[in-house]
Design a protein around this ligand. Structure first.
Ligand code: EPU
Length: 431
């Protein structure tokens, strides 16, 4: 077994020569956000857990480091099998340096509290895509009877026993729903989460917990009911495919007038995107074994409003923005989830796009072609958007800060190259 640290690449810069159609087959990796939530939830379990389909990406590496720091055993094999044993936890404080690297680290709060009665997590400030508070997480844990202090960005939670309660979320937050669901799994009595998130990654976490002995109903709907149990046991579980990675490759195919089959894609997790692809003139065919995307001509403009699932996902707003930059007509994007997710448009403008933004709205006037430029990947999905744009641009694009992208996309360079893209990336060791 190799540790993640030895496996994951870090790429600071990527150079793409545009103008090559993507064609062929690519396999979907395991879901980043599904894997991270389930890995954090392993802290609830006494016994061995075997997780399949774990992607080799930077964020998974950070979560493995987190599990180690808290005293759990965690080993990831080269073929994506992660074996975790958190029967013994030696620490209830998440190391601040790991939390700083990845905001999803906050998801260990509920499991640690439920397991040990005390947890401390230093929450970093706002990030590149928005302010990302955790007030719903805290509200949920308080409702379950914990006393929570949130001083200067450090959250400390304590309880004798967690007691089931009714929690209403002001917004269907995926992270808060997952946090409350995990904590409630070991609480006394029944918890009902109203206005819960229904993202596939929430359902995936619930399925995993149920396999460990939790009693959860309603995952995938707006009301989730959790009846607490006294302990959870080990299991073997396979993470769902990454719907954002699938969407990214579908959009890359669309932008290069490509013909790509994405093996393992679950079309039912990408309904909103598939509808938009049809609207902009891309042929999509859902098959039992994956998704076929064929684009024979240039795309047509459309409007996008991001929303919680099953609405159009904010994580694909930037990738589709890159496609709309050369669509025929004017598109309007309204970003309703994260207030700072339009920075990539400034980079696209350096490549010849015609866009402007005002608060949560972006207007994209399609131009016939983008041209290569030196641009920067300001965050994970912004980087993916720039790659999509560069694949179809005239000439060479140099994208810096690609390490953000490798936090979330497994073997991105080799997958693109196998589809016919002309990509060069400097790979150095991660972590
Ligand atoms: N929010 C609050 N208070 C909270 C929690 C959330 O105001 O306590 C707000 C957020 O600021 C945001 C909205 O609610 O405006 C939705 O946030 P949510 O909690 O659903 O997001 P998250 O759980 O922090 C996950 C993914 C994100 C993805 C969102 C939405 C992980 C690790 N991250 O974040 O993924 O965009 O759900 O689907 O699961 C990415 O992969 O690039 C990424 C950012």
């Amino acid at each position: 077994m190799l540790g993640m640290t030895e496996l994951a690449p870090q790429v600071a810069k990527m150079t793409i020569e545009g103008g090559y159609r993507l064609s062929g087959e690519v396999s979907a990796s395991g879901s980043k956000n599904g894997a991270l939530a389930i890995m954090a939830a392993t802290l609830l379990v006494k016994g061995e857990i075997v997780l399949h389909n774990i992607p080799h990406i930077g964020d998974v590496c950070t979560m493995i480091d987190m599990l180690h720091a808290l005293g759990a055993k965690a080993d990831l094999s080269a073929d994506g099998v992660l074996v975790v044993n958190a029967s013994t936890i030696s620490q209830s404080e998440a190391p601040p340096d790991l939390v700083k690297k990845m905001r999803a680290s906050v998801s260990v709060l509920g499991p640690l509290l439920a397991r040990t009665g005390w947890a401390r997590v230093a929450i970093p400030g706002g990030c590149d895509i928005g302010s990302r508070p955790i007030d719903f997480h805290i509200k949920g844990i308080r409702a379950l009877g914990a006393s929570v202090r949130n001083d200067h960005g450090v959250v400390e939670a304590q309880c004798d026993n967690l007691i089931g309660a009714k929690v209403y979320l002001d917004f269907p937050s995926a992270g808060a729903t997952q946090q409350i669901m995990t904590a409630a799994s070991l609480a006394q009595g029944t918890t009902v989460i109203e206005n819960a998130a229904s993202e596939p990654e929430v359902t995936d976490l619930a399925s995993f917990l149920v396999q460990c002995g939790a009693k959860i109903q309603g995952a995938g709907t707006g009301t989730i009911q959790v009846e607490g149990v006294s302990h959870l046991h080990g299991t073997e579980y396979s993470i769902i495919p990454d719907r954002v990675e699938v969407g990214t490759f579908a959009l890359a195919a669309a932008n290069t007038r490509g013909d790509v089959f994405i093996r393992g894609a679950l079309s039912e997790h990408n309904t909103a995107l598939l509808q938009k692809l049809l609207e902009i003139g891309v042929a999509v065919r859902a098959e039992e074994t994956g998704l076929c995307v064929v684009a024979r001509r240039g795309c047509i403009a459309t409007d996008i409003v991001t929303m919680p699932y099953p609405g159009f996902p904010t994580d694909l707003q930037q990738p589709i923005g890159a496609v709309l930059a050369t669509a025929d007509g004017t598109s309007i994007i309204t970003e309703k989830v994260y207030e700072h997710r339009f920075k990539y448009l400034g980079e696209l403008n350096r490549m010849g796009a015609d866009t402007h933004t005002e608060n949560r709205t972006a207007v994209i006037r399609g131009v016939p072609k983008l041209h290569g430029a030196s641009v920067s990947a300001c965050d994970l999905r912004a980087g993916a958007a720039l790659v999509i744009a560069a694949l179809a641009a005239d000439g060479i694009t140099e994208i810096s800060d690609m390490e953000h992208v490798y936090r979330g996309y497994e073997q991105f360079t080799s997958k693109l190259t196998a589809l016919g893209a002309v990509v060069r990336a400097e790979e150095v060791c991660f972590c």
